[in-house]
Design a protein around this ligand. Structure first.
Ligand code: NDP
Length: 275
């Protein structure tokens, strides 16, 4: 088999862990593929660049997931519904688009048992696709956001949605999830402490989509002795599912995880060594 070339397209793209994740899996599984990164400035040129570079598949990160959606010849039904694509595979000259972010998120959430009511803190792009997949899988979801504008999408799709000021707690939430970027490059909590101090004690667990760091939100959850999970599993699982699309379902989830998961151990050890 001729070597297949894959890439991540984004802007910025230098920080992405995807090349490490996919190359570990290619090497471990002895698949003749290589994965690189490509700084794409103009989303309208995504398809042209993809074809000129003779790529077999790509992942797409911020800010090009909608451009990726528009570049595809065929879309799987979920990607079609959410209007956002993070994985494209070239099959006989046609570009097939998928959204593995939401699928990876669902898989990460399913590892918590007896979860029914979930609350999202935040209403950005990640919250949109993950909200739809949770609804499709029978979870009850409430959305809470700092400002009203982004809540329109959720209201239009039938979710209970509130700003912090409007919110009145009338039930317990099994999972509290930080979907904001609060805590990524600052020490902010995703919602006022007065709200979090009511939600977290009644929850079964707390999740942050930010990965690789202990955010103030996760620290607060741990103070309340709650099980927590950061965004690493979501990132790993979206990668595994994308790898499956890239390699035509040749390997099991666990086989891929065995190698791709090394990207996280390695990263963690490197960070520890450099401290
Ligand atoms: P967006 O820019 O689309 O949305 C940002 C959201 O965060 C908005 O709801 C915004 O509220 C809210 N927000 C930002 N700062 C604060 C603050 N200080 N207090 C309260 N709310 C705040 O972001 P994305 O959806 O693209 O990304 C969200 C997070 O998800 C990021 O941290 C990103 O790193 C992470 N992520 C993780 C992935 C993974 O694989 N683990 C994959 C993709 C994303 P408002 O509307 O009021 O501005």
């Amino acid at each position: 088999m001729e070597r297949e070339i894959f890439a991540i397209f984004g802007n910025p793209v230098s920080h992405s862990k995807s090349p490490l994740m996919h190359n570990l899996a290619f090497r471990g599984l002895k698949y003749n593929g290589v994965y690189t990164r490509y700084l794409l400035e103009d989303g309208n040129r995504l398809k042209e660049k993809f074809l000129n570079l003779k790529l077999k598949g790509i992942n797409i990160t911020v800010p090009h997931k909608e451009s990726a959606f528009n570049a595809c010849d065929k879309l799987d039904s979920f990607a079609q519904k959410v209007g956002s694509v993070n994985t494209i595979v070239n099959k006989n000259g046609l570009l097939y688009g998928y959204n593995t972010d939401a699928q990876g998120f669902l898989k990460a959430i399913e590892e918590f048992k007896d979860i029914k009511n979930i609350i999202f803190l935040g209403a950005g792009g990640t919250a949109k696709s993950t909200a739809i997949i949770l609804k499709e899988n029978g979870y009850n979801l409430t959305i809470l956001n700092r400002s009203p504008k982004r809540l329109d999408y959720f209201k239009n799709n039938g979710f209970d949605s509130f700003t912090f000021d409007e919110f009145k707690i009338d039930k317990d939430f099994d999972l509290v999830i930080n979907m904001t970027s609060a805590g990524l490059n600052d020490n902010n909590l995703p919602a006022p402490l007065s709200i979090l101090e009511k939600l977290i004690p009644k929850s079964k667990a707390c999740v942050d989509v930010i990965y690789g760091k202990q955010t103030p939100f996760l620290k607060l959850a741990q103070k309340h002795n709650k099980p927590t999970k950061d965004g690493s599993d979501m990132l790993l699982y979206q990668g595994i599912i994308a790898f499956n699309y890239f390699t035509d379902d040749r390997y099991s989830f666990e086989e891929i995880k065995g190698f791709m998961g090394g990207a996280f151990g390695w990263f963690y050890n490197l960070k520890k060594d450099s401290q």
